[in-house]
Design a protein around this ligand. Sequence first.
Ligand code: HEC
Ligand code: HEC
Length: 288
Amino acid sequence: MPTKIEKDSISGQETTGHEWDGIKELNTPLPRWWLYTFYACIAFSLVYVILYPAIPSFSSHTPGVLGYNSRVELEGQLAEARARQAESWDAIAAAELSEIRSNADNLTFALAGGAAAFADNCAPCHGQGGAGRPGFPVLADDAWIWGGSLDDIHITLLHGIRNGGDEARDSEMPAYADILEPEQIEAVADYVLSLSGAEHDGTSAAAGQEVYAENCAACHGDAGEGLRELGGPRLNDQIWLYGGSRDEIVSQIRQPRLGVMPGWQERLDASTIKMLTVYVHSLGGGEE
Ligand code: HEC
Ligand code: HEC
């Protein structure tokens, strides 16, 4: 194809000399501003590649003459944060539980650490924020089976409940399916319902009163007020571990569930357990 550069008569611009079927191509140069921006980008990237980590290779990358590395920077920041926290951890380790609660710095640190450890270790059973689930007591109220003082909670956490450990909190409600007649179980269930003012059969409950006094009062208290030394839950309130319907109560009397909680002494460090204690105590029902 012959190339013939000429001026386009309409636009006054030069053509490239390319022509197809009478259509000629104008030679339109790139706008200056675009071209210089492009060159600037190339210059910038060259400088960047020289200064900073840039070109990957199989096992590493070019380090750049400044020696900057975001990973090294992050590690520095983490070490700094750890050093700052170390002071708080030491303070928790040295403090009595009551001193953690009375010192504002300790308390803030313990509540934050306790909340994090609770979400990881306890929430699967006790629910977010200790809201409880059937079989797993609410920890955010003031009804305590084993006790709600800092020391009570601490002991519960260290050793757990009914897990076979030597120091675990322990007590077993007998399975009354093997001990009492079915009518006696029905009767005592009605009596239990009557303790909290729930709907019940009055005649049956009257018959159940004696069964209760003989079999149940030792662990649950004469009036169903509960007995912390034996972990017998209070029965004269509306709070139920396993449900307060007649069927659920009969089922618990026939075959108690005997809930188990692991001890945390072997799993968590002493300071974390202290922080958890203070956190649980703070949830709403902490006792002196
Ligand atoms: C595997 C399930 C499970 C896990 C995990 C668990 N618990 Fe428990 N926890 C229970 C059960 C079940 C009970 C009630 C046992 C009983 O007395 O019948 C209980 C009882 C308690 C009590 C006694 C409540 C009272 O009224 O006296 C406290 C306090 C407690 N848990 C705190 C915690 C904390 C804090 C954690 C996390 C470190 C935790 N639990 C993890 C199952 C669990
Ligand atoms: C040796 C002590 C002991 C004796 C005796 C005992 N209990 Fe219990 N009871 C417990 C314990 C401990 C629990 C909670 C533990 C579990 O099963 O997880 C419990 C739980 C219950 C619950 C469930 C409470 C809830 O909040 O859901 C009911 C209802 C109950 N007992 C009724 C009775 C009745 C009725 C008797 C007598 C026939 C009786 N208990 C005898 C220790 C005892």
